[in-house]
Structure formats: C-alpha cells, structure tokens
Design a protein around this ligand. Structure first.
Ligand code: FES
Length: 160
C-alpha cells in the first residue's frame, strides 16, 4: 500500500481548523468579552458616598444686619444661631420626634415630616414631638460664634 503525498498547501488556502479547536476559541473569546463587559459595568457602578463627618464644633460669623431674635442657619448645619439683647445662643434643628431637620418659620420652627411646631426658643407648640429642641453650647471667639453641636445646655443659656 502506498500513501500518496499530500499536495503542499498554498498560503491562500489555510489549513482547516478542527471543530474542537473552533469551539475552544469561541468559548475563549466569549469568556474574554464577558469579563470585559463585567469590568466596564463595575467601573460604571455608583461610588459610595462616604464623606468625612464634619466636626461637631464649628465657627459661625453672624451677619451684621441679623435682627435680634432672628435665626441664622449656617449652610450645611442643622443649627439655628440667635443674637439678641441677652447674648448669643444656638438651638438644634433636629426634631425630637424622629430626627428630621425642622425649618425656620416666622413663628419658630416647623417639622416637614410629621408637622410638629416649635416656638423660637425650641419649646413644642404642636406635637407629635415629645420634647423641646435642645439648646447647644456656644462661645464667642474673635468676633465669631463657636457652636458645639455635641454639648446640650439648659434652655435659656446664652453667651454674652
Ligand atoms: S420627625 Fe419631626 S414631627 Fe416627626
């Protein structure tokens, strides 16, 4: 028995790929594409909004034209700072019901969550808030007011 030699293949006629190799290459490219899409998807995920918590003690420069008894709410803080003839004081704006931030109104403060009302001195005028808004420690330093959100003082405590 003689074996006839195969004719030499031309460059324009590549060697056919076996079915097994074709399936292997297809699965390899599919896996590579899936990994690539997965990585792109992960890069587009929202980043965690973790911010450093601001210090509980901060300085406030009250406006010169702040009328006596008018609240001044520093931007980004849940504290109302007042200046009147008795001195300076600060009231927390965190509702004592479930912790919403109350809004200043002409009559005092109003909670947007469940409708509690507070007088300007923080006392509850309408529930469901169980307690008055706490007064916070303040001190004056170099023409500015330093508020300590972490220290509650008895209502009526003012810094001259
Ligand atoms: S959180 Fe303010 S009334 Fe409920």
């Amino acid at each position: 028995m003689t074996v006839s030699p195969r004719p030499p293949r031309s460059r324009l006629d590549p060697e056919p790929i076996s079915r097994r190799d074709w399936l292997g290459l297809t699965s390899l490219w599919t896996m590579t594409g899936a990994l690539l899409f997965g990585l792109i998807g992960m890069m587009r995920l929202p980043k965690a909004a973790v911010l450093a918590s601001p210090s509980k003690t901060f300085r406030v420069s009250l406006p010169e034209n702040l009328p006596p008894g008018e609240p001044f709410v520093p931007p980004g803080r849940a504290v109302a700072v007042f200046r009147d003839e008795g001195g300076v004081h600060a009231v927390s704006l965190i509702c004592t019901h479930l912790g919403c931030v109350v809004k200043a109104t002409a009559a005092g403060f109003e909670c947007p969550c469940h409708g509690s009302h507070f007088a300007a001195d923080g006392t509850v005028t309408r529930g469901p808030a169980p307690r008055a808004l706490p007064w916070l420690a303040v001190r004056t330093s170099g023409g500015a007011v330093v508020v300590d959100e972490g220290t509650v003082v008895p209502a009526g405590t003012r810094e001259a």
